[in-house]
Structures are given as C-alpha cells and as structure tokens.
Write a protein that binds this ligand. Sequence first.
Ligand code: AQP
Length: 335
Amino acid sequence: MARPRVLSGIQPTSDSFHLGNYLGAVRQWVPLQETHDAFYMVVDLHAITVTPTAAELRARTRVAAAQLFACGLDPERSSVFVQSHVREHAELAWMLICMTGMGEAGRMTQFKDKSAKYGEGSASVGLFTYPILQAADILLYQTDQVPVGADQKQHIELTRDLAQRFNTRYGAKTFTLPNPYIVKEVEKITDLQDPTAKMSKSSSSPQGILDVLEEPGTLRKKVMRAVTDTGSEIVADDENKPGVTNLLRILSALTGTTIADLEARYVGAGYGTFKKDVAEAVIETFAPIRERAEKLLANEAELDRMLAVGAAKARAVAQETMEKARDAMGFLPTH
Ligand code: AQP
C-alpha cells in the first residue's frame, strides 16, 4: 500500500526560523519522513506578500532551506524544494481564487492579524489571497496530512472546503482532502515578552523571539529576561501564568520530560534556576542545527543542487495533479 502523503512549508520571511517554527512544525517533519511520502518546501511565493528586497528573498530562501536540512530533513527520503521552482502552485492558486468567496477569504484571522500592522487598505492583495495559495500548495500534492502549528488550522479548513467544492463541481476525484497534523503541546509557542501572543518572525520583538541561528549568549539573555508572572511557583496555568507555562512547555518539549515532572522538580526553586535550565536546553538543541546550517550555506552550489533534486520530484507530482485539474475545469489540452 502507498504511504500516506505529508506536506508542509515554511516562509523565508526572516534570517532564521524561531523556536515556535521549530517545535510547532519542523521538528515533526523529521520523523514523518520515515513513515510518509514527504514533501517540504520553502514557500518563497508566500514571502513576497510582505515585499522583501530581491537580495533579502534570495538570502532568506537559502537560509531557510539550509535550516530544513540542518534540522534533519534528508533529501533522499523527502522532497525538499523551493515553491517557486514548481510553477503549478501559482496556476492552481488562480483557479482556486476564482472559486473562493470574498467573505470566505475575509474571515481568515491570520490576514486580519498580519494586515493590521500595515494600516487599513495598505496590505497587499497577495496577503489577502495567500491562504488560497496555501490551499493550492497542499492540494497539488494530494496531501493526506499537513503538520503545522495551531495558527494554520483555519487555513487547512479552507483548503478542505475548496477541495470539496472543486470535487463536487468538476470531478469527484480531483483532489484529496487533507487533515491538519497538530501536536497539541507545542501548537502555539508564545512570545517571551508577550506570552499571550504567538512567537512570530514578523510580529515578535527581537527580545520576544528565539532564533535557531542565534548566538548562545543572546539566547541565554533572552530567556533570562523572559516575562514571568506574579508569584514564584513554577506551575502550568495558562490563565494566570502564561509566561511560566510557555517556558514549561518549551522545556518539556526539548527534554522529553512531562510538565508534571518538571513542576515537581522545581518545587521551591526560583525562576532564575528554572530559566537557566530552559536557556541551556534551547542552546543545546540549536547549536548543532546552527553548525550544520552554516556548513550548508558555505556551499551554495551544493545547496541549490539539493533543492533542484527536490523540485524535480515535486514537479512530477504537481504536473500530474494539474493535468487532471485543468481538464476537469474545462481548459483545452495544449496538444
Ligand atoms: N509560535 C508558534 N508556535 C507553534 N508553531 C508555529 N508556527 C509558526 N509560529 C509558531 C508554525 O511554523 C510553521 C511555519 O510558519 P510560517 O513560516 O509559514 O509562518 P507563520 O505561521 O506565519 O509564522 P510566523 O513566525 O508568524 O511567520 P511570519 O512572521 O512570516 O508570518 C507553520 O506550520 C506554523 O504553524
């Protein structure tokens, strides 16, 4: 029997991934390549919704790819590629945009959050339609499961709605309906300075975010300065102690110790001792990733070659889906 297919992506919107991207998404991608037919991409078409310069886009796309390989994605076992190298993403996105209601797209909370900072009417139309491009990304590969953080749940629902709509209107078997694959404990890692908001490449302040490629000294400082809550107990309590709870979740995920065991371990200990342990766990996790990413980035030609191999594998699947979708929708064949 064919393995179920898994697909996910990450935006090259900064010079490094952060701990939320790592724990909420990329760390899950690695074991899934053993059990699934895996496709992982750097979604550069999504990144232009926030208008980087050409030099930024180029550098960040390579840095994102290097981090994916450095985190353990294996070009032999997964198809790791750059989204714009497979032209079908943009084509299918257009077909799906034409099937999406304005009201439906307007309900996407990520757009509301992200556009808020540009001021009314100033966000790009691309930012508005990006969840539909994301639907195209997923549907092109007949994806069964999409490992993501909680912020993407609504977009996967939209993807399912669009797949269902297309299948009903044009052909029952065109697209597979995907399911989100979300690990509850790490679905939303929060900002160190604002522990009710998600840690985010574009929205977090530098002090609120832990970057995978950051120097150990800076990582340590940021964790030590993380906002904690009133009282001194180290217990998980989302409502009253969101800062401590976030740090507990991080330490639990990085060390494989349950939150209950951590709570027991830190009875009577101060925030200082606890934060020091969190910082060391983060540094220990990131150091080898950083080292591998730096090595990969030192040889751009080889990195680009690895991405070309991934793109060739991805293209074969995407082209097959698009042939079906074009024909189902009524486009004439080209030959
Ligand atoms: N704080 C988070 N906790 C858990 N998971 C998270 N993800 C993002 N932030 C957290 C997951 O990481 C994957 C890649 O995210 P993305 O690059 O597609 O962008 P995003 O979700 O919009 O994350 P950011 O950091 O806020 O990026 P920008 O600033 O570029 O928009 C996704 O699976 C996401 O769920």
